[in-house]
Design a protein around this ligand. Sequence first.
Ligand code: NAD
Length: 491
Amino acid sequence: MAQLNETQIENIVKQVISNLGKTEVASAPVTNEPQKQYSSAGYKGRTFVGVYADMNDAIDAANEGYKCVRNMSVEEREKIITAIRELTRAEAPIMAELGVDETGMGKVEHKIAKHILVADKTPGTEDIVSTAKTGDNGLTLIEMAPFGVVGAISPSTNPSETVICNSIGMIAAGNGVVFNPHPGAIATSNYAIDLVNRASKMAGGPEVLVASTLKPTLESANTMYAHPSIKLLVCTGGPGVVKSVLSSGKKAIGAGAGNPPVIVDDTADIVKAGKDIIDGCCFDNNLPCIAEKEVFAFANIKDRLIAEMQKNGAYLITADEANALNKIVLVEVENKKTGKKSKQVNRKCVGRDADKLLAMIGKTVSKDVRCIICETDFNHDFVQHELMMPILPIVSVRNIEEAIDLAVKAEHGNRHTAHMHSKNIDNLTNFARAVETTIFVKNAPSYAGIGFGGEGHTTFTIAGPTGEGITSARSFTRQRRCVMADSFRII
Ligand code: NAD
């Protein structure tokens, strides 16, 4: 499949916006309207369905939804999923604007494209495949069954995208779902939960199929972990929350942090590499966990690569400017229990536009600047921390051995995502083997790894730590076996 360029993304966005008026189900887009016509409970006077003050009530509602789904045929479930896809396409601009307005992070046009991707490329019921084994002792049937009610934690970086992607997969698998959304993106997440419930009702399903809470907290997450109705936990977020679900004592799927390195060797198409890296790094202002976070470039092509990046909207800052920016985008935080200090990403800078980040160090640049680039050494904070903002450090390396060694260290053993631009198959193979990531993208922008201009289905829950990988409906199932001894074979 061909790569999507910025113009194609813009065209998709224009098409979606022009279709808005033609759909009965979509509300008007937020654009040019007074802001804050939303809360965690509703949007423009409409109260969200499936959102409860108490997490226990949300779990009970999701349990009722699960009971309905259990009694549905696969065809009926698929109808609901089709309706979710249609509503997601129609209301992508609303969710994109809500997401940017509520969190202050990311880019509306890119968030629209992410929602369309979720609608188009998240697998449905076709992903659930039964298998049979026959032999001298008869027939054994293996079916993929639902867990029951899934407790899902969703992030602030792709809030509604994750809710919709998880809902499609979990419902396709026959589960009910209750969400504990990120406190910084409750309205956007609850909008998506309401959308899934509206789709369910439209397609003849229960009024409340998925549920959530008005004020998600760590306490409500703990209620979810402990509740006997919750049979599977699925967590999409940073290291703290993934650790907490994996310590819950329940079956858990953990989709955690990444810090994807990019290697560019001297066999690469440098013009394409420069463009691809900036396109991937700037997508939704670097919020996706798969996005390029640091580059290791061969010394003999580094300057050409930087020049190509500059042609694609990258702004090169000096070492002093990088150090000034470093003091703003990372803050020292003291652990209340141990008293130990560590550097953490300043949430106020995550997902912000490049020109706004530069304004923080007193530099005024054009809005066309998409990304800040700088040359650093390997130990620089920009290389070591998952910044999730359009700042890309470039480290010069002498050869492939040094590139792989440093890139593997920068990935910090997350086993999440890595990228490489090269035409040398030995170099590509050696890096892929050494870094052991769930996603490895060759000669393309990072988003090709989640089906955006690359083959394969999409997901917004990439489960590296627990091994499900690019999650889909089948990841949310449990295997069951039925044995008919000595008969039922037809041969
Ligand atoms: P976050 O870790 O700040 O929060 C995620 C959710 O967990 C929120 O609802 C938060 O309130 C809750 N939470 C945090 N600590 C908790 C605890 N100890 N117990 C219970 N709940 C807790 O996530 P974020 O900042 O929105 O997302 C960014 C992080 O998530 C990045 O590290 C990114 O790489 C990662 N991420 C990973 C994937 C993936 O598919 N692997 C996808 C998106 C984001």
